[in-house]
Design a protein around this ligand. Structure first.
Ligand code: TUI
Length: 315
């Protein structure tokens, strides 16, 4: 059994978070992951507060276990979602894609634990001072909005920068990734792409099939020119975005407009040409649709095996 301080902090059996994926991580997936002993997370993404409230209520009907909610700070609805999370007494708030300082006091006074995603040790330190319970150090191998550093470089530096528990994210899809993350100093992991193909995940089947068929080199990071790089599977949409980005005759406004609605097209419509299929570099090693329980149990059995065998290398 693998037990870390994250298990105690959050009263979970396995130190694993299911990543809050916009348009993908709904109440059904989050409840399945929490029921399986991990920490399920609902993603607010770019949705308004009413949608988020609905998902929280649904999740509370599906499970008595704790569920987190991920607030995407670049969302135009971030203010109203932040207030809704306090109002709904969400016990665990995960933040992404920005600095959540302006909301921290409100969430903490509502009794929430706050676990921000950080892409640098500077933000990790700031979050420690602001009262975060832990931080998620997410490397650029991950799907979706990404920072500059890789997981391998970021996690140990964040571990050195703070005394808080650190959760590693980006590039982790199986027990090897879990074991490696623990060796880097993390006390848990967050996985998105692997849970995207969970049987309980309600995303369009075409999205799952694209991940299941992907090879190691099948993701691409676009949007660097706009200041918010995003990793997605290669398809006509992401290739065209990439081409436009390097075309100086295309304005930033035109580029922004081109991306609007593409996440919904991928997740809801399964539009394999025009959708933006956010997924991590580990897509190439995600080969099977399994239940959330199977995914977690397999990941941690493998990690335990590896860690048990590791002493063979030490003389
Ligand atoms: O947030 C994510 N991944 C996401 S959000 C998302 S929705 C979206 N849609 C279209 C365009 C952009 C986003 C899809 N995937 N991951 C967490 C994450 N947070 N990765 C990197 C960061 C981050 C970056 C900078 C967190 C904090 C930060 O701080 C900046 C600052 O102001 O200090």
């Amino acid at each position: 059994m693998i037990k870390t301080k994250l298990c105690e902090l959050l009263n979970i059996e396995y130190p694993v978070f299911q990543g809050g994926m916009a348009w993908v991580s709904d109440a059904y997936l989050a409840a399945a992951v929490s029921e399986a002993g991990g920490l399920g997370i609902i993603a607010a993404g770019n949705a308004p507060a009413d949608y988020v409230r609905g998902q929280i209520q649904k999740a509370r009907e599906l499970t008595d276990r704790q569920i987190g909610v991920n607030i995407m700070l670049m969302s135009p609805y971030a203010d109203e979602v932040a207030e809704a999370l306090a109002d709904e007494k969400v016990s665990l708030v995960v933040t992404g894609a920005g600095n959540p300082s302006r909301y921290m006091a409100r969430w903490l006074s509502a009794g929430a634990k706050v676990i921000p995603v950080v892409a640098s040790s500077a933000l990790a330190r700031m979050m420690e001072r602001s009262g975060a319970s832990a931080v998620i150090a997410e490397g650029g191998e991950s799907g979706g909005h990404i920072g500059e550093l890789t997981t391998m470089a970021l996690v140990p530096q964040v571990c050195d920068a703070v005394t808080l528990p650190v959760i590693a994210a980006g590039g982790i899809a199986d027990g090897r990734g879990v074991a490696a993350a623990l060796m880097l100093g993390a006390c848990g992991v967050q996985a998105g792409t692997r849970f995207l193909v969970a049987k309980e995940c309600t995303v369009h089947q075409n999205y799952k099939d694209m991940v299941l068929k992907a090879k190691d080199i099948d993701t691409i990071a676009t949007g660097k020119r706009l200041g918010h790089p995003v990793r997605a599977l290669k398809n006509p949409f992401s290739r065209e975005f990439f081409a436009k980005e390097y075309d100086s005759s295309v304005s930033n406004e035109e580029l922004e407009r081109f991306g609007v609605g593409a996440l919904r097209l991928a997740a809801v419509e399964g539009d394999i040409r025009n959708g933006s299929f956010l997924a991590g570099q580990v897509s190439g090693m995600v080969k099977r649709e399994q239940t959330a329980k199977e995914i977690i149990e397999e990941m941690f059995a493998q990690a335990e095996n590896i860690l048990n065998g590791a002493a063979q290398w030490v003389r």
